[in-house]
Design a protein around this ligand. Sequence first.
Ligand code: NOJ
Ligand code: CA
Length: 728
Amino acid sequence: MKNILIAAAALMLAGCGTVPAITAEGELESPNGELQLTFGLIENGTPAYTLEYRGDKMVEVSRLGFDLTDGSSLKDGFSVTGVDFDAKDETWEPVWGEERQIRNNYKEMLATLEKESGEVMCIRFRLYDDGLAFRYEFPQKNKLRYFNIKEELTEFAMTGDHTAWWISGDYDTQEYNYTRSRLSGIRSHSEATRIENASATEFSATGVQTALQMKTDDGIYINIHEAAVVNYPTTNLLLDDKRMVFRTWLTPDAQGVKGRMQAPCVTPWRTVMVVDDARKVLASRLILNLNEPCAIEDVSWIHPVKYMGVWWEMIAGKSQWSYTWDVPSVQLGVTDYRALNTHGQHGANNDNVRRYIDFAAANGFDALLIEGWNEGWEDWFGCQQDYVFDFVPPYPDFDLPALNKYAHDKGIRLIMHHETSSSTLNYERHMEAAYQLMNQYGYDAVKSGYVGDIIPYGEYHYSQPIINHYLYAIKEAAKHHIMVNAHEAVRPTGLCRTWPNLIGNESAMGTEYRSRINPGHTCVLPFTRLQGGPMDYTPGIFEQDMAITAPGQQGKMRHTIGNQLGLYVTFYSPLQMAADLPDNYERFPDAFQFIKDVAVDWEKSLYLEAEPGEYIVTARKPRLETLNSGRLSGKSGAWEFVYKDGKPHDVWYVGGVCGEQAHEASVSLDFLDPGLRYEAILYADAPEADYETAPQAYVITRSEVGAGDTVNVHMARSGGFGLSLRSL
Ligand code: NOJ
Ligand code: CA
């Protein structure tokens, strides 16, 4: 074992005192040699690490360890009793994804630490070319058997006052706009960045959430995140803004415990991505690579979905989830809905659902989500009752068997909706019957939701028991061949690799926030929220003025139609919604064509231009395999476009979005096959387009292009574009 005393003691962090000296016990380099990790001990046998990129410190000496609830700790008094090295370079195929093959290439170091009193804690480090990952492991041969975490003390010591794109730390929600500020500005902005949410728990003015995207003054992009959060709480990051040192801040359970452990066990991975180009953040597969391989043997029932919904009309305030206003309060099994009158505004009624099915089928969609189909919506919101929904009895005007048959006859699957009102207890009680009902009538996907404070009372959306609940719901769904899209659940950490029936999550501010979404929000999400897995952002809102969509409502969304088209390529998700009302699409049929054509599962993805919060331009080539295999219905718009005239074409889609400032994109088409000519259909913001003054101004142009060409596209403020390319 190598013992190197790093002369760090003399170094000073910005305004903050000395950095402790680290006695290195092991060093590791990334496969390309650009990242160097040093692991060792500082004073009193405290484990610590540093990370360098091309010889420059990215993470200064940072402590590792835990305080336990019994007053003991795993933070010092350690000796290093072993350092073992390993490496891997493999390629694996995701069931669905941004590319058909993913390379998992890293070097590994496993450090074993022991206390004289017999506690054993290992730290497994992996260095990829684009970042560091490490986790704690507690082997079985150990004095530690059952132990409860009071605090995880993992530090990430930054070397400067970096620019950051962040949302406030919270135990319950990620539904916030991002703020861009220096790290030193987080404290003063924290209050102003928070907006009302049905369940939110802030813990500190300098708390922020993962994934945290930063940029140094030298143009290096650092992203701190976590991967594979299983049987452990989700972490936030707490910034000491005098020293610019983050540390993990785990979500406590109802009794204040931040992790109940039983050896042998492991923690989630802590990750620090370091790259010199924003596009490399989007191309990174670090989080997926750190998750376990697919645990589902037969994945033939898992498929990408392009869907519409009886949904936006409720969000917009045009119709209701509920059925009646006859009684002040309802109780399942007690209230006889058949004896009550409908208030006439129930969205999920037979006629309206049939109208949506007709529209979705006529336009080549795979599925239709219907919310407000089941009893219990009259007084669910904020009532904090354990037993609100049981996910089985439909309202009197929703004929579940007949509507499914009607949909299936037209090649449409209905998507089930389970709003749990955050009563995870009640959902677990009724889950089996609810999934069986889905199987009986041929639903193969469910959108679940966790609005409001969690029941059991005192738990948080991100605490360990509730993390376990979300995974339980996914695993049970897999047994029933059901795909899951969970809203308000914890932000994903790559578990979709292991459980690819988790085809979507919300877990960030999506279009339901309407006029409250800031321009540029969608240019941050791919750097942060989407690193952990796909988002059901629900794009495609063509009518920005809520008063037109739902008379009597107010507010204007701040994006152009071009921006909404660009999102279908910018945000990777195997589950993509065309979220607006059919009526609004009928007003813009030529722009709607892009949504009908665009694919949702990809062979290859290229990130052409990117800067967090400012602009993203992405090119993607559809995975023909998926279309051919029948895992898409075979009648979706994507299939029609790719296979038009009976033969497969070489097809690419390009999408761009930008933030508060307009952006001129320059799309060099050198990814096209040089031997072919292509038809290009560009759906772009018109010259006068602007999210405030002309959000619906777009132009569609057709041209013939080839591999040497460049397509220059003007993106308006909060604008964007979609570009379809098909070989002739
Ligand atoms: C919040 C979800 O994000 C939204 O999509 C859903 O319609 C409502 N909850 C009701 O469940
Ligand atoms: Ca939500």
